[in-house]
Design a protein around this ligand. Sequence first.
Ligand SMILES: Cc1ncc(C[n+]2csc(CCO)c2C)c(N)n1
Length: 221
Amino acid sequence: MTDRFSDALQALNQPVWDACIHHRFIDEMRAGSLDDAVLRRYLVQDYQFINQFVALLGAAIASADGFAPRVRLAQFAAMITSDENTYFQRSFDTLAVSQQERETPPLNLPTVQFQALMGQAARSQKYANCLAVLCVAEGLYLDGFDQPGQSLPPRFEHAEWISLHANDFFRDFVGWLRPELDRMGESIDPDARAEAADYFSRAVALEQAFFDHVYQPPSAD
Ligand SMILES: Cc1ncc(C[n+]2csc(CCO)c2C)c(N)n1
C-alpha cells in the first residue's frame, strides 16, 4: 500500500477496477466488434450520465479551494460539452436514436444510482468527495481505453469513443486529478477521508454495474 490517497483508494478497489478495465464492453469497443444494440443501449444511458456528470464538475468547481483547480475543471467541462456532445449526436444519428430516446429515455438502474451518487457528491459541497467520483469516472476510462500502440477500429462510433479517452488532453487531466485527490486527502480529517473513500468505492461498483447492464435485455432491472 502506498501513501498516496488516490493509489490507496484504487488498491482497495482493485478487483472491481480490474474487472471494469478488462470488461467485455471495453474489449469489444476496442476491437470494433461491439453489437450495435449494446452500443446503442450504452450511449443512450451514458448521455443521461454525462448530464449529471457536468453538474458534478460544476460542484467541483464551486467547492475547489483555489483558482488554478477551477480553471482546470472548467477547461475539462468545456471539452465535454463541445467535442463529446457532438460525438453523441452523430452516433445517435447513425444508430437512428429518436429525439425522445436521446432526451428522456427510460433509465437503467445503474444509471439512476450513478446519477444519485453524483448528485449526493455535488450536494455535499466537499471537494474531496467530488474528486473521488471524478477520479473513478475518468481514471477508469483512461486505464481501460488508453492502451499503448493500439490501432483504432474502422467505425467512428467506436474509434472516436476510444480517442476521446486516449489523447494528451485527457491523459493530462487525469494526471492532474489523481495528485489533486492526494493533495485534498492530506488536508482533510480521517472522517472526511473515509467519506471520500466511500464515494470512490461506490463509484467503482457502479461503473461495473453500468457496463454489465448494457448486456442485459431491455427492461431487465
Ligand atoms: C458510466 C460512465 N462512467 C465514466 C465515464 C467517463 N467519462 C464521463 S465524461 C468523461 C469525459 C471525457 O469523455 C468521461 C471519461 C462515462 N462516459 N460513463
